[in-house]
Design a protein around this ligand. Structure first.
Ligand code: RFL
Ligand code: PHB
Length: 390
């Protein structure tokens, strides 16, 4: 098979890029290791920044998002029971975010790719990039007992943190930056009315908690847990009890509980690989960087990579201009690091760090009281949360 852009990974990064390229007359093929049902079964992000939403519309995939997604003009921060409202719209001069699940984003992108005859090969195992440093790179993959090949001009590694793309770059060509946090998030999805129409980020001495949602009848809650905890060790009852303890009493009293539909634990990690290009292999999204979910930046950072990469590829094919591709890594990383900084800051502000020294604890408390008393501090938070301009 021959195409212009060979994409490894059919998550939101790979699908969005493929769709944007298609709308601009550029051909691509996606190789995805998992089945479609598996990809759609992963419950992940819930908050989209306006730049991401704009890209979805540009990719002709924004209709359902605009119809069913909920515009959020603000959210709440709770500090051991005291509530602070962050009015995103007012603090940013009109910007808001959209609450629309990554599952739905992915479903819309799959549907658009199907509608437009896009090629997505699922259950492709053993995907390998070849000839990365040549003008004629190609991908191989296994389907059943057959080894197949896709020739292309460029390879895009959009295969997430555990994918094969980043691992194909020789160690000496890649610089890695990492911070691992000593806790994870236990997430639970339940078919219950959300406790609040807006998200609540709760700092509590027992640990962080987050109240989020997917719709008027679908709630998504998270609690900070030690890394040694397992999903099986948390009954629904124990989860609800712990969540209530970490929320302000008046919110906890309103919380409607019910059986969980999904429960999973995600460890928290910050990671960046530089550069994001090696020869004719371009890394995008979680393949190149991840953040702890606290600032809702992961999917949105993947979106900004796709914005820069798509523009570079379009200029290359349309105008024979490779400046955008040459600048891709530098441009994408400049924004990626801002999302890293913000996610680290939100994580440090809101979580309980085991073995935190008294000095660090006082600084954390002071950071929070600064936020509660300074409009400028809140405005900076809001500016980052709604997403910096591309
Ligand atoms: P993905 O989604 O991991 O997709 C990569 C795809 O590549 C496939 N793959 C391979 N295919 C072929 N060959 C191989 N060797 C392959 N290896 C892997 C995988 O099967 C998969 O389908 O990466 P992508 O597309 O870059 O998208 C990134 C986002 O998924 C991620 O950043 C967000 O989910 C992070 N995140 C959040 N981001 C936000 O912007 N806002 C949020 O509110 C938010 N909340 C979250 C989150 C992530 C979470 N978890 C579980 C990590 C909440 C949580 C709990
Ligand atoms: C979610 O709804 O899954 C969600 C929302 C905000 C975050 C992280 C996750 O910061």
């Amino acid at each position: 098979m021959k195409t212009q852009v060979g994409i490894i990974g059919g998550g939101p990064s790979g699908l969005l890029l493929s769709q944007l390229l298609h709308v601009n007359g550029i051909d691509s093929v996606i190789l995805e290791r998992q089945s479609r049902d598996y990809v759609l079964g992963r419950i992940r992000a819930g908050v989209l920044e306006h730049g991401f939403a704009r890209l979805m519309r540009e990719a002709q995939c924004g209709e359902r998002m605009d119809r069913e997604g909920q515009i959020h003009e603000g959210f709440e921060i709770s500090d051991n029971g005291a509530l602070l409202h962050v009015n995103l719209k007012e603090l940013t001069g009109g910007n808001t975010v959209i609450v629309y699940g990554q599952t739905e984003v992915t479903r819309d992108l799959y549907e658009a790719r199907d509608r437009m005859g896009g090629v997505i090969i699922h259950d492709a195992s053993d995907v390998k990039p070849h000839g990365i440093l040549t003008e004629t790179p190609y991908l191989t993959y296994r389907k059943g007992s057959e080894i197949l090949r896709v020739d292309c001009d460029f390879i895009v590694g959009a295969d997430g943190f555990h994918g094969v793309s980043r691992k194909s770059v020789p160690g000496e060509a890649l610089r890695e930056f990492e911070r691992v946090y000593p806790f994870g998030w236990l997430g639970m999805l339940s078919r219950t009315e959300p406790v609040s129409p807006e998200l609540i980020y709760a700092k509590h001495e027992r640990g962080f908690a987050l109240c989020s949602l997917r719709s008027q009848v679908l709630s998504r809650y998270y609690i900070q847990v030690p890394l040694s905890d397992t999903v099986d060790g948390w009954s629904d009852e124990a989860f609800w009890g712990e969540l209530k303890r970490r929320l302000p009493a008046e919110i906890a009293a309103k919380l409607i509980t019910g059986p969980s539909i999904e429960k999973s634990i995600a460890p928290l990690r910050s990671y960046v690989a530089e550069p994001m290009r090696y020869g004719n292999l371009f890394l995008a999204g979680d393949a190149a960087h991840i953040v702890p979910p606290t600032g809702a930046r992961g999917l949105n950072s993947a979106g900004s990579d796709i914005y820069y990469l798509f523009n570079g590829l379009r200029d290359y094919y349309r105008n024979d201009d490779d400046r955008g591709l040459e600048a891709y890594s530098e441009r994408a990383l400049a924004r990626v690091w801002k999302a890293q900084r913000f996610s680290w800051w939100m994580t440090s502000l809101l979580h309980t760090f085991p073995d935190s020294e008294p000095y660090a604890k006082r600084l954390q408390d002071t950071e929070m009281s600064h936020l509660f008393s300074s409009r400028n501090a809140l405005a900076s938070l809001a500016e980052n949360y709604v997403g910096l301009e591309y």
